[in-house]
Design a protein around this ligand. Sequence first.
Ligand code: NAP
Length: 317
Amino acid sequence: MHSKVVIIGSGPAGLTAALYAARANLEPLVVRGLQPGGLITTTSEVENYPGFVEGIGGFELAENMEKQAARFGTQFLDTLVTQIDAGTRPFVLHTDSGEQLTADAIIVATGASPRKLGVPGEEPLANRGVSYCATCDGFFFREKTVVVVGGGNSALDEGLFLTRYVKELVMIHRRDALRADPVLQERAFSNPKVRFIWNSTVEAILGDEKVTGVRVKNLQTGATTELATDGVFPYVGHVPNTALFAGLLTLDANGYIVTDERQRTNVAGIFAAGDVVDHIYRQAITAAGEGCKAAMEVTWYLATQEHAAKQAAAALG
Ligand code: NAP
């Protein structure tokens, strides 16, 4: 299957790239990946995406973006890209469904995944009380006690969403000040269901069949205590999904793809956009902006390639 441009990833960056590429008649193919719609689909309420006065659910926002891209002819494929051959043109993309795709240009928009706490109990108790998606799993914690770890926007946003269901929400943060936006901090501090444990980390998640508690370490005193809880939601940042590109694209020390200001990677014809590149802003709107830039760059890149090929052909007579 050949495409002028294959977009790997279907979050706000990938879908905006698809919208622009489709409107430029490039008939893009979006490889949806593991999480169709991207990480934003796990965000309960997006209140800072311009144009939605009352906010919009993350899932709905991604769904709208996909429909908009599809309206202009974007094709979608539910598979994972497992390998890219960049030594020849067109590029060859191998997938886990066995399909082989070829593309004249590629936009990488594989996003990021939630960072794990990396403590005992986290992996065996995943989906048994440990969850990285409040929107997906909050309902299962009605009238329960739940721990959220972290002090950023995700921790507060998703923690506040959980208060719709839970009896008590305990927020455990490693410092005594939150990183989250002031508007979220004010909401959390004034919510009677929310209790903070400061200067502390979760050392272990406890339980056999399901989560029953956490072991908490106070970083100032060194003291450890056990806290009974039914659920743990780690929101301690994200790691870029770039394992596939190691050895092909230049990555920075934290694994993010390095691009120039025009979303170009070190390989001509491969562009990257969104959370897989951006370790500073990491917003849906900035990801969408980079997706737009990447698609416009692809349009110009392909036009230049086509022009050069025509000139070469003319020179040959
Ligand atoms: P983040 O802003 O990087 O915050 C991660 C939090 O986890 C920080 O409070 C950090 O503590 C803490 N942390 C990191 N590693 C830890 C560890 N090993 N143990 C305990 N705590 C740890 O990540 P995020 O909240 O996922 O947000 C990512 C990006 O998405 C941000 O740019 C954010 O603005 C954006 N976002 C926006 C919205 C929104 O605008 N509605 C919603 C969600 C996310 P320190 O504070 O001490 O570093």
